[in-house]
Design a protein. Structure first.
Length: 367
């Protein structure tokens, strides 16, 4: 008998061989990833969940870091003219938009990575959970008749001078701030994320932050802050109206009537000096059955806001109701944003309407 030949020596597979061996696994992973929901929609929903669990970090928040960078640039660029403000706004918003575009390009071949980046950006720009917590903190302070604590806390929600405000006016300020910020801090970033992905999320938050920093009327910012204020008006034109519509649908959750809420929104939404804030505040007024608006004091400036709604003035009990309504609107907005991002039939209609309205807003408000 002849001896059996010895087994062949093992050969190094090499990189090309490893690729051939790994190809079936890679194809399986790619097939699994392709069955995921649209990465943008998945990332938006994951970001909403992250905000619900972690809220805003106390230190090192990306928005705070952007604010410090924008303030440093302002010190170098400031001039009492619109042109300087346009340059400041363009540089700040353009920089973060470029970061967003780079992040999407870097993850274009990996749906999982794209979803993760979108989730991180969504969490960074959302403020819904922190807004609700601030509202609850104000309610607790007023329920305990602790006016000094409530007055000190109001600065977390708005820029009004709280030093002379009593409980009723503090309650009104809180309800109005919760209403307006539900649109600014939740509905708007989600819709921009759905339409424009990570660049939309980051650019919107940059615009809204600049408006808060330099967009208010004062001797220093009357001209320099013009560009930021007008761009913020345009960016919130559609989201504010979407927030009002969602508040109409959610009104039964706080004992309201959709019919009454829609009537107040249609009648009073345009009466606010802001082209957008009145849509949210009037819808909340209708849903809660209260009247919002009145005299607001901002340092040395006094503003007389038109009243919106038909009911009584808000009291302390209405703060928790406004927070409940804000949470409902936020969840509904997350669903709408996911539908838009999934490119469903309804989402395509919303996206088309938003783009058309934005083109009109830019032509009308940003000239």
């Amino acid at each position: 008998m002849t001896a059996a030949p010895p087994p062949p020596e093992p050969r190094a597979v090499g990189f090309a061989g490893w690729v051939r061996c790994a190809a079936p696994t890679s194809r399986a992973l790619g097939s699994a990833a392709s069955r995921l929901p649209a990465p943008r929609a998945l990332g938006l929903l994951a970001g909403v969940a992250l905000d619900a669990v972690f809220a805003d970090p106390r230190r090192g928040h990306p928005v705070a870091l952007f604010g410090r960078a924008a303030a440093a640039l302002e010190r170098r660029l400031y001039g009492d003219a619109k042109a300087y403000g346009v340059a400041h706004t363009a540089l700040c918003v353009g920089a973060v938009a470029v970061v967003g575009v780079a992040a999407e390009r870097a993850t274009r071949r990996s749906p999982l990575a794209r979803a993760a980046v979108t989730a991180a950006a969504t969490w960074a720009v959302l403020g819904g959970t922190s807004l609700a917590r601030e509202g609850v903190a104000m309610a607790e302070a007023l329920e305990a008749d602790d006016l000094p604590r409530a007055r000190a806390r109001l600065s977390h929600l708005c820029g009004r001078d709280p030093s002379e405000l009593e409980a009723a006016e503090l309650a009104r300020a809180t309800v109005e701030s919760v209403a307006e910020n539900t649109s600014d801090a939740v509905v708007a970033p989600l819709l921009w994320g759905a339409v424009a992905g990570v660049p939309g999320l980051l650019a919107y938050r940059a615009v809204n932050t600049l408006d808060a920093m330099v967009g208010h009327r004062s001797p220093r910012y009357e001209r320099f802050g013009w560009a930021a204020a007008r761009l913020d008006d345009a960016a919130n034109l559609v989201p504010a109206r979407a927030a009002g519509a969602l508040a109409v649908l959610a009104s039964p959750l706080v004992g309201g009537s959709p019919r009454r809420t829609a009537r107040v929104l249609a009648r009073d939404g345009h009466r606010h000096p802001s082209p957008n804030a009145g849509r949210c505040e009037s819808a909340f007024a209708g849903a809660l059955g209260v009247t919002l608006g009145g005299v607001n004091v901002y340092g040395s400036r006094v503003e007389h806001r038109p009243e919106m709604g038909d009911g009584r003035k808000p009291d302390v009990s209405d703060i928790r109701r406004s927070v409940r309504l804000a949470r409902a609107v936020s969840l509904a907005a997350a669903g709408v944003a996911a539908a838009v991002a999934m490119r469903s039939t309804a989402g395509s209609a919303v996206r088309s309407a938003m783009r058309s309205a934005m083109r009109f807003a830019v032509r009308s408000n940003c000239r």
